[in-house]
Write a protein that binds this ligand. Structure first.
Ligand SMILES: [Zn+2]
Length: 91
């Protein structure tokens, strides 16, 4: 559980979705955009997430979505069983 990172008191449910200005991880309950640095992720993976966000709308949508899917899996593995994260594909 992460505490005081969004409008929820605690949350363990997230979604990965790219946007132009924001970090790509959001609370899946209140929809708050979360600071990636709040997450217990290895720096490599944070870098990959930043790169992916930076390429938003610059690469083909299918490629964007397949990388996003892959990153979601990696984040899921890093966070462990106490957390849930889903991927929201770009349309
Ligand atoms: Zn929340």
């Amino acid at each position: 559980m992460l505490r005081d990172v969004c409008n929820c008191e605690v949350t363990s449910s997230f979604k990965l979705e790219a946007d132009f200005v924001a970090d790509p991880i959001w609370c899946n309950i209140c929809g708050w955009n979360l600071d990636i640095d709040e997450f217990p992720l290895i720096d490599n993976l944070k870098d990959e997430l930043y790169q992916w966000t930076k390429q938003y709308k610059k690469i083909h949508i299918n490629k964007h979505n397949s990388i996003g899917q892959n990153l979601t899996k990696k984040v899921e593995e890093e966070l462990g069983l106490d957390y849930r994260i889903i991927f929201i594909p770009d349309k």
